[in-house]
Design a protein. Structure first.
Length: 125
């Protein structure tokens, strides 16, 4: 009987420790309806880039999906910490669910950099 009590105490401490530690982790911030609306409407100022964005980026980055929402800073913050070279490599070569170049076969590295810069910047309008 005493062993059961010790086991129960250890189990309870483990459950409590897990609960306390989970409170220390950053929880992902979900975009609001306003964030989604901004992402759906925002376009790069350059007409050529806007055209590329419309055909290759907005489907995933302008909606709620696994891709970081365009203009939604909390989703881009950890990615930007990796640096532009890593982001460019992921965009160019594909990464996780993103296909290589976001299926923009005619995009140059400069195009991809500009699109990353646009999508990772807050859209306040």
């Amino acid at each position: 009987m005493k062993r059961f009590g010790v086991f129960r105490a250890i189990l309870l401490m483990g459950v409590l420790a897990t609960g306390l530690l989970s409170g220390c982790q950053d929880k992902p911030v979900e975009p609001s309806a306003q964030d989604l609306q901004r992402a759906e409407q925002a376009r790069p100022g350059d007409a050529r880039l806007a055209s590329i964005y419309d055909r290759s980026c907005v489907t995933c980055h302008g909606t709620r999906s696994a891709a970081p929402l365009a203009g939604f800073e909390p989703a881009w913050r950890p990615r930007l910490k990796q640096g532009m070279d890593v982001l460019l490599q992921h965009a160019r070569d594909g990464f996780n669910g993103m296909p290589a170049k976001g299926l923009c076969t005619d995009c140059t590295d400069d195009d991809l950099r500009a699109l990353i810069a646009f999508m990772s910047s807050p859209h306040d309008h």
